[in-house]
Design a protein around this ligand. Sequence first.
Ligand code: NAD
Length: 667
Amino acid sequence: MTLVSTELRGRTAVLLLDNPPVNTGTHAQRAALAGALADLPADLDGVVIGSAGPHFCAGSDLREFDRELADPQLPDVIATIEALAVPVVAAVTGLALGGGLELALGCDLRLADPRARFGFPEVSFGMLPGAGGTVRAPRLVGVPAAVDLVTSARQVPADEALALGLVDAVVAAETLLDEAVARVRALRRRRRTRDLPVDAVEVDLDATLPSRARPNVRRAAETVVRGAGIPFDQALAEERALFHELRRSEEAQNLRYLFFARQATAKDLRGPGTARRVESVGVIGAGTMGAALARTFAAKGLAVTVVDTNEDALARLPDGISRSPALKELAGADLVIEAVFEDMAVKQELLSAVEPLLPLRTVIASNTSYLDLDEMSAGLARPERFAGLHFFNPPDRNPLVEVIRTARTDDDTAATLAAVVATLGKTGIPAGVGDGFVGNRVYADYRAQAEFLVEDGASPQDVDTACRGLGLAVGPFAVADMSGLDIAWARRKRLAPTRDPRQRYVTIADALCGAGRLGRKTGAGWYRYSENAPRGEADPAVDVLIDEARAKAGVSARRVSGEEIRRRVLGSMIAAAAAVVASGVARRASDVDVALTEGFAFPRFLGGPIRALARRPTDEVVETLAAVYASCPVTFALLEPASDGALPTAVAALFDEVAPTVEGARS
Ligand code: NAD
């Protein structure tokens, strides 16, 4: 395959990048471009670089970043372009991101088709632009705008790129190459970005960057600012050195791991089936989830009809959404999602009532958080058209969706739901039937461990502070107060009859609920809330409840360190992950990391809970898992080998999948 083609139009050479589907900048692609530049005939009047496909270049191939990069590297190719005697124009269609944008910046002019988009995504991969982006961009758009582009990682459409000065003209796609040829001929002399002046200005980074910006983001901003005040080649060299340092960092490796994990998951989710078209959606239940789901679908242009027996709930829906108390109004829907009360009998009765009203093609999905979907669908005439579609609150903002196949869900139904998730722009993971599926199941063990830690002697603030130290924005008790303590309370009551009596059960949350402390909405939960303390403050009344619960459980409080807290909450998530993967509820270990980072705000820079622990030395991991086992040998039975100093098999299997090549981390 020719990765770069050369066509001569008179004395102008037109080079087209041709590495489908998105012209990813691979080593082979760079070598082909370098070769094409070296082979250019003498006596040209100009060169145009464009693309044979819809995208100029969507960025460098991240797969190459885990090893030493092979020559020619992108800065070498750009230096070759800058060393040519004749002007070079970039003709940009579609995406010019990362290395693609840097390549365009290495040209004398940039023309863009109206649908082109430009951006530096590098900081979201733990790095910074490494092929002159931080040095050339300020020469076109000024230092403050370059800081914004580099640190926000946002994509800029063609018209904004024109207004900023990043591109020189926006030209209809059909005439883009002709116009580029005309412009390069008209240039006559070189007008390299590197020769343009730039004003070095001070930028108040504390005011510009988000307070929780990662260190690489700040360093990227500093590089832009500093580069404008030092000689061009020195700035390039400093940027490159930092790029290599960050590229090799633990954080960048974790972010690449998650990127590939999300890709693998999306492929699994599509599966072998054929997706049916979904243009109209029926939602049953106009409560917290149903109303937000209706808005989410409507915002994507789908026709939405909501049914609820409660007319007040229907009245609260926004315009543009059809509503009715009658299920028969759903008869035309391609997809029906039920989001009624979390009650098996209510849901089963509803499904039996709605199924006969729907055409054969309609897929029915349940948004249940915990209930057994096999049992729920037992009475359906066409259970193969039924599955779980589990959104997380708030579904208009939370990107995670679990697509849960029952024993009888067919491939086309699964593929249809995968396509729906993609239409919504969300991250779907495949899951099987099991209490809490993947995300909530893992989160539940994290929550349970947080409560064990409080019973052992930590305060809720100790636990929340330690978890923030791990990188979470909010600790588990503050989260519980935000979402309300009553849902989990109802679940505990539901599970009480089947709970193993040997299982450790902390009664503090029940005591809080019993005292009417249901979280923020009641002004008190694990913390108390007031005008003076809108984010909550410690409450001596909670300490009393905690002391009572400890006394009842026969536990004498001891000092629990932040390190112990961090290890035990992480270890509990790993134990739950091992259980969901071993039972087949999660398809891959990395799906758990995707679920926790997408849906539960687990810090991406750690790569997810499994990846985070997999990168630690084995003896530390075993010690951690032994502590988790000791916290409740029944709940964490799977970790028993850790108490004898061995890495439990189920955990070793997870680690092999998420960090197979880590050197020095495990022996
Ligand atoms: P909700 O109580 O806010 O709303 C439920 C709505 O369903 C109410 O408006 C009620 O009038 C309506 N309803 C009940 N029975 C009905 C029937 N037979 N026919 C028509 N309408 C009926 O509940 P919610 O929090 O939106 O939860 C709905 C579902 O979504 C539950 O299964 C829940 O587990 C799940 N879920 C909730 C969350 C969350 O955080 N709230 C997150 C993920 C999933």
